[in-house]
Design a protein around this ligand. Sequence first.
Ligand SMILES: Cc1cc2nc3c(=O)[nH]c(=O)nc-3n(C[C@H](O)[C@H](O)[C@H](O)COP(=O)(O)OP(=O)(O)OC[C@H]3O[C@@H](n4cnc5c(N)ncnc54)[C@H](O)[C@@H]3O)c2cc1C
Length: 433
Amino acid sequence: MVSTAAHESEVLLQDAQAPEHLKDILEKVRQLHREEVEPREASLAHRLSNEREFLDSDGRLHPEIVQARREIMRAAGKKGIYSAHLPEHLGGLGLGREEMIYVEELVYGYGVGLNPALLSWSEGATPRLLFAHDHQRQEFTDPLVRGEKTSLHGVTESGAGSNLFDMSTKAEKRGSDWVLNGSKAYITNYFDADVAQILAVTDPKGGRRSFTYFMFDTREAASRGYRLGNLYQTMFGDGYTGEIFFDDLVLPESAILGEVGQGFDIAVMSFNYTRMRRAGMCSGWSRYLIERTLERATDRQIAGMPLGANQGIQWMIADMYVDWLQTRSLSLEVARAIDTPGPWYRIPRPRDEIRRICALKVSNDESFYRVADRALQVHGGLGVMRDTSINKLFQIARNLRIPGGTDEVQRTTIAESLGLRFDTSKTSITSER
Ligand SMILES: Cc1cc2nc3c(=O)[nH]c(=O)nc-3n(C[C@H](O)[C@H](O)[C@H](O)COP(=O)(O)OP(=O)(O)OC[C@H]3O[C@@H](n4cnc5c(N)ncnc54)[C@H](O)[C@@H]3O)c2cc1C
């Protein structure tokens, strides 16, 4: 599972196409990988390459790995890479979506070790911070942008996944405070987060304006009605996903992220970011899988010939390349279309952009899954072994088709935006998410 130094085809597949002005940023990523990721991967090799060592005795991600990830986030934060996607006024590098694809695919192209910690994901500096107020900057925004704190994002509930309007977690006004009751399910980084960003119903009859985000310190709230529930055993054994509960948790007005009633729009914006983020992630990991599969097809001897001498194997690898190239090209095109009219985080977004973002997610999720499936097939029995990076990425690829809005929700949104929405009296489950 330890990431391997990039194969020479990195030059062919990526550098040749990266714009000149990103050279310094990409060099910083390589340096961070060399100096911060590789040594930690080497000292934790026994944990990263063995599922039983990866988790602690309670099934949680092992504290040594949690710690190493945090150190890498901090180091990447210091160099500005961790939050490169955020605008400069928030402490980011202000990179557009197209530029971020090159950065992301370099980071994920290292494989599935500690490298993903170089970039903020759902546990870090998400674009929801664009809605943070000045009084939240010192305690939440700045440390999250610098990779010094981590957060969780609480939207999904056991009874409300694809349709936000099924949500039952409520925040009710009491004097000048809000009282939060309910629970959230499938929450990434649920036990280690310093900061919680929770979407709750504040006006059940408000339609799109029914929801509000709250941001608070989890450790401080733990003594006042915030509690952790069960850890889930996910198929990819992350030891990181679980449930959280709110029992009469009193939050001040100052805990509101954005405005009362703005939660749906902020959620949609951050889901769209998650979907666009698939581009570099799936491209980098697909490239990694193609490289490992090429190596295996060359090194593995069967009946005195390299495995890759067989046309059946060659065609599988060619199909992996076609999937990768097709989706990467689509991703770059969509990213360019998103960047051109203005920053990618502006809301509301025109319908045609939302449609393309959904297409990007479906295409990346599904092509990466096909690439991972073929990589596993070419690796034979070795690919079935859980402690290999090929197997791990196959599990991750299968998972990616669910979070961030399932691929079916993306298809529904695409179809609705093409005019196939018939009962307009009801709030759509997608509402062009
Ligand atoms: C590993 C992991 C991490 C996650 N992390 C987070 C997190 O940090 N924060 C968070 O808030 N959530 C998180 N989630 C939750 C994730 O966003 C939801 O699982 C997802 O939105 C789907 O909701 P659901 O599981 O309730 O499925 P359901 O809504 O029950 O859907 C079940 C199936 O029905 C399909 N379906 C639903 N409606 C329709 C329709 N109208 N037409 C056709 N098909 C439909 C879906 O596509 C799906 O295949 C995570 C999930 C996973 C697996």
